[in-house]
Ligand binder design. Sequence first.
Ligand code: ARG
Length: 457
Amino acid sequence: MWGGRFADGPSSVMREINASIPFDKKLWRQDIRASLAHVAMLAAQKIIEAEDATQIIRGLNQIAQEFEANGITENLDLEDIHMHVEARLTEILGPVAGRLHTARSRNDQVATDFKLWVRDALDMVDAALEELQKALLDRAEEHADTVMPGFTHLQSAQPVSLGHHLMAYFEMIRRDRSRFADARTRMNESPLGAAALAGTGFTIDRGNTAQMLGFDGPTRNSLDSVSDRDFALDYLMAATQCSLHLSRLAEEFVIWASQPFGFISLPDSYSTGSSIMPQKRNPDAAELVRGHSGRIAGAMQALVMTMKGLPLAYSKDMQDDKPPVFEAHDLLGLSIAAMTGMIAEVEFRPARMRELAESGFSTATDFADWLVREAKLPFREAHHVTGTVVALAEKQNCGLSELTLEQFQQIDARISEQVFDVLTVDASVASRSSYGGTAPIQVKAQITSARKVLGLE
Ligand code: ARG
């Protein structure tokens, strides 16, 4: 395909280092789609004969059928997917196939194909994340009134609603989806027609091919068009951030499933046993989601490092853009699916959550707030009195609500019977009804509005 200038063929190492077909064969649908648009435009602009275009279109459709049915036979001499399609087209049509590459280069071709692929990937991720959001909403609704310990520093802090905790992840996924949507909007310009780097002298219509391929319009600078991989980086960065969220949720599942916590029982379908310890039920799927996030972040870093410092326009380094994106996409898809399944099927253990929420003096802040509100103490003084009460309860080995009124009043005479109203975990959770707070009334309101945003009611 470029042999005219060369006396010798490539060495076997050259062949191997040069070839991208082992991974870029994934782009075959996009490659054929872009070629179909290109050839239709060439004919419409009378750059090639309508008759030739018809033949080329027929040939491309035949190749699509063949690849669909039989897969692609890799030939390292043909380097990449673009040459595999063109070589097969030549076998089918003879020399007329050579007219397809008029006013085009593999540089704008690969940028176009890869963009189309990433655009599809963005749409797939978005749909998968919506399913995860639905699963979170269902479980959050079911557990809006379930009390669990809320943590800071992984120390019991204040009781919260389990539904509230799950909805925190809903919010993260909401932001992830907006990042993917944002990436999609930004990337949706067609590089096709930028040719090798400088544009072309043929009277092509880039607006036409852009439209046929579902782009908002053509890119405005040919050099940028063939050297831009921002869209791949945008995808990887959004994927990285999304995978961080999945990893945090996975980590919580690992902790919650451990015996000392016992907050959840993971479904059989997402657990594994041990070959030696018969009692084991390991949270492998969650651990792998946690692990995969490291690989996704690594893929992002790989492309960052590849692109850094490349001069304009195309350099072959850019062929290495695809493996990290393909890998990250596979890992992210699996991670989202696994988390969605786990969320949908996990068995929560409300009794155990409540038991732990009630230990650890988790309503101490409620007590201090009561002293401020009802006994009119300055907060700092209330904090001090509360500390003394907690120390006493710790000494007595009991919860705050198990202390007697006399014991309270010995510490501070301003404490009255009403204090017991705020010492239970339910009262504590219900009282935090500020906007976005953990009170079930707030949580349910957030769930309702989230369902509206998703078009579910
Ligand atoms: N396989 C190449 C890639 O993925 C296609 C572009 C080749 N362009 C070139 N000038 N060698 O980047």
